[in-house]
Design a protein around this ligand. Structure first.
Ligand code: EPU
Length: 430
């Protein structure tokens, strides 16, 4: 097993280049299953979730070639099965996109139920409702495998989502791209990676309109041609570095970002007193010698404040003056990391969906455990601020989603390293 060891108390400053978006990559890579020719995908983050989804495609028969650290060539033509049930499929949440992509290509799919970060119930009822409306009936085999089967070609349908769901919106777009006729998704999610996936599919010849609004219309097409496509920058990785630098009262130029995607994050940083300046593809934040103050923060689907930056901001708000009130509106149980922050001296109480964060309590290093990906990022931020040494275990969660996080933080002046701990095994599933 490996751990991160942080000697806290260093002010971070400098420049960071943001990698491609994890949640776009884990949708676009399975989306290549629908393509009738080989594709090249650029700006792919080098993270374990990407390695895993690429391996799953290979196991299905696709030819996947790594051209360089951030570019994959994928030839999906040799795929001749719609069954993805091996253990690797259970290893990540986004493997449920195999359902939409395989239904889109074969009108059938058999996919093991996904794993992923554990923060309460993660139902897929809306995905299954949408597939059924399109003619793919879904049965659960032994509670572990979704068996989606249709009599003939998938049909376009009008589907209203009961809840705004990123995964459902993406999955139904994938199933609809080659369906017979028109699919309309209402109450769709609007995250930047949904627009990115639509741009990717449209560049190949798909007919998707309205991505980025809450009504998406997809007219099915017969053929998708090969393209070279570059994935958007990771808004959550950018938000994580911004929170880390604000927490240490440093200064950071965040490069390779789309400032528009970061608006809810930069608005909060400005509100608490951080200086923010936007450029075409970069954002400067400066918290040097600033007294940062409390705020209220509510997570919402895009364009609201992203739930995937909530833990990092809670860690940062623990360093600000006053009491912040944070409300998690997307997930039922995304505060598991707070007990780890308490071990480091934070004063935070949780009542249902609300976390009350008393700022300016001195944080001290402690052995703590990442309970999921963003939780791990929050513990890193706390460790960067804390006095003494913080040891973070279960770092495989963090490495699911952050490319070269140690290298990037060290370049900003952090004292962080990875340590191998003999005799212990990281067996938990990401
Ligand atoms: N929901 C349902 N039924 C469904 C689907 C979702 O009730 O069929 C509920 C969920 O329980 C949740 C809400 O709808 O309360 C939103 O879930 P959503 O489907 O939007 O989440 P997801 O697609 O499973 C993606 C990201 C998450 C991110 C959420 C919300 C990927 C691979 N994952 O998950 O990212 O938190 O959207 O923005 O894109 C992360 O990167 O750390 C991460 C967890």
């Amino acid at each position: 097993m490996e751990k991160y060891i942080i000697n806290g108390g260093k002010v971070l400053s400098g420049e960071v280049t943001i990698s491609g978006a994890k949640n776009a990559a884990v949708a676009i890579i399975p989306a290549t299953i629908l393509c009738d020719e080989p594709c090249r995908i650029e700006n792919i983050p080098n993270i374990s979730d990407v390695t895993l989804i690429a391996k799953i495609l290979q196991n299905l028969g696709a030819k996947v070639t790594r051209v360089n650290k951030s570019t994959l060539d994928i030839d999906p033509r040799p795929i001749n099965t719609y069954s993805a049930v091996d253990d690797s499929v259970r290893g990540m949440r986004a493997s449920y996109y195999l359902l939409g992509a395989l239904i889109g290509r074969f009108n059938n799919a058999k996919v093991a139920l996904p794993g992923g970060c554990n923060f309460g119930l993660r139902p897929i009822d809306q995905h299954l409702k949408g597939f059924a409306a399109m003619g793919a009936q879904c049965d659960l085999i032994n509670g572990a495998i979704v068996d989606a089967h249709s009599q003939g070609r998938i049909q376009g349908a009008s589907i209203y989502l009961d809840t705004v769901s990123v995964g459902t919106t993406i999955n139904l777009m994938l199933a609809a791209v080659k369906a017979q006729g028109m699919t309309i998704i209402e109450n769709a999610a609007k995250e930047p990676h949904i627009v990115d996936l639509a741009n990717f599919l449209n560049s190949m010849g798909a007919n998707i309109r309205g991505a980025g609004t809450d009504v998406i219309k997809i007219r099915g097409v017969d053929y998708l041609h090969g393209i070279t496509y570059s994935i958007i920058p990771d808004q959550i990785e950018a938000g994580t570095y911004m929170a880390a630098v604000a927490a240490t009262r440093g200064k950071l130029l965040v490069k390779n970002v789309t400032p528009k995607h970061l608006e809810s994050i930069t608005a909060k940083l400005k509100e608490i007193g951080v200086y923010v300046e936007e450029f075409d593809e970069a954002v400067l934040i400066d918290a040097t010698d600033r007294k940062l103050r409390r705020c209220n923060l509510k997570t919402m689907p895009h364009p609201g404040f992203p739930t995937d930056c909530q833990p990092q901001f809670v860690a940062m708000l623990a360093t600000c003056e006053g009491t912040s009130i944070v409300t998690e509106n997307v997930w039922d149980n995304r505060y598991q990391y707070i007990r780890e922050l308490l071990l480091m001296g934070a004063h935070i109480s949780v009542e249902g969906r609300v976390a009350i964060v008393d700022g300016m309590m001195p944080l001290h290093g402690a052995p703590v455990k990442a309970t999921d990906l963003r939780a791990g990022a929050a513990l890193i931020i706390a460790g960067l601020v804390a006095s003494g040494v913080t040891e973070i275990s279960s770092i495989h969660y963090i490495e699911r989603g952050y490319e070269e996080i140690i290298e990037k933080l060290r370049a900003l002046g952090a004292d962080i390293r990875k340590q191998y701990v003999p005799g212990e095994d990281a067996s938990a599933t990401a």
